[in-house]
Design a protein around this ligand. Structure first.
Ligand SMILES: C[S@@+](CC[C@H](N)C(=O)[O-])C[C@H]1O[C@@H](n2cnc3c(N)ncnc32)[C@H](O)[C@@H]1O
Ligand SMILES: [Zn+2]
Length: 284
């Protein structure tokens, strides 16, 4: 291979190392993937036709970008960043992967937090629009890939020191394959009381019951659970921010006209954001 291996990426077709050839990424078997103008690469198996509903729709991504850009979830991002920074502090070249990275907000802020440290950052999402937005706003840090968490992800075995998964689908067996022994997985989910007053006021979808216990059970035997951390803080929302927030929530596609009307007419309000950060260590 004359291109330099983009450690630890592997070809989605044959699992051999993927090399950087500038305009394309290629493996020694000649499988080749174009680098898009914005800098991201589509590593989905080409034969695979995905239903149009897979991944976040462009309007949800826009809502997420607008809402997050206003800094509302900065306290959560700060907690994640400190956990990651502490965990990788002594590592000479950690590989950090955000699976289901969306439009890239958390990875972007993490890159700023780790500035100067030689970490390799990767953002993965199935929605091309998400990855395009993330790559465009990435400021040159990190590499962004289109891939499906339900398939084999394009990373070598035991090559990831820190795997992040925020509000996105999980694949326990695949996560266990990727993470190095002793490496960490951070899974962020909404707590049962997340935006509770808002859910009641506008009759929005509830949080899946027992989500934390369900996830802990999914990863049992693969990762050792460490104490989870709850992150809770108030949100003061003007009408526009409220509407961005509701549009990025699950169920946004199914809002009824009266619900939409109530949101659009709402005065500024206060609610509470509440999250659980699950921390799990890959069994050594
Ligand atoms: C609720 S969003 C969270 C995005 C981001 N982590 C954030 O918090 O801003 C869930 C993300 O998972 C992505 N996703 C859904 N199914 C996926 C799959 N099968 N493989 C990879 N990503 C997927 C969606 O496209 C979306 O960007
Ligand atoms: Zn190949």
């Amino acid at each position: 291979m004359s291109g330099k291996w983009i450690r630890p990426l592997i070809c989605p077709v044959c699992a051999q190392p993927l090399g950087d050839y500038g305009q394309t990424w290629q493996c020694p078997m000649g499988h080749s993937f174009d680098v898009a103008r914005e800098g991201y690469v589509n590593l989905l198996r080409r034969h695979k036709k995905l239903p149009g509903t897979v991944g976040d729709a462009p309007e949800m991504l826009r809502a997420r970008r607008e809402f997050l850009a206003r800094g509302f979830y900065e306290p959560l991002s700060d907690v994640v960043n400190e956990m990651v920074a502490t965990a990788v502090a002594d590592h000479p070249a950690p590989v950090i992967v955000d699976v289901g990275c969306g439009e890239g907000y958390y990875l972007r802020r993490l890159a700023q937090r780790l500035a100067g440290q030689p970490a390799a950052l990767f953002g993965v999402d199935i929605a091309k629009t998400a990855v395009r937005l993330a790559a465009k706003g990435g400021g040159g840090y990190g590499r962004y890939l289109v891939a499906d968490v339900n398939e084999q992800l394009p990373f070598a075995d035991q090559s990831v020191h820190m795997l992040l998964n925020l509000f996105a689908p999980r694949h326990p067996a695949e996560f266990a394959r990727l993470v190095t022994p002793g490496g960490l997985l951070l899974v962020v989910i909404p707590a049962p009381d997340h935006l509770q007053s808002l859910r009641e006021q506008f009759a929005l979808m509830g949080i899946q019951a027992e989500k934390e216990a369900h996830i802990t059970a999914q990863f049992a035997g693969l990762f050792a659970a460490q104490p989870a951390q709850t992150v809770r803080f108030p949100l003061q929302l003007d009408t526009l921010s409220l509407s961005w927030l509701i549009q990025m929530m699950p169920g946004a596609r199914h809002l009824t006209p009266p619900q939409q009307e109530a949101i659009a007419q709402s005065p500024a309000l206060e609610t509470v954001a509440s999250f659980v950060v699950l921390r799990m260590m890959r069994d050594a």
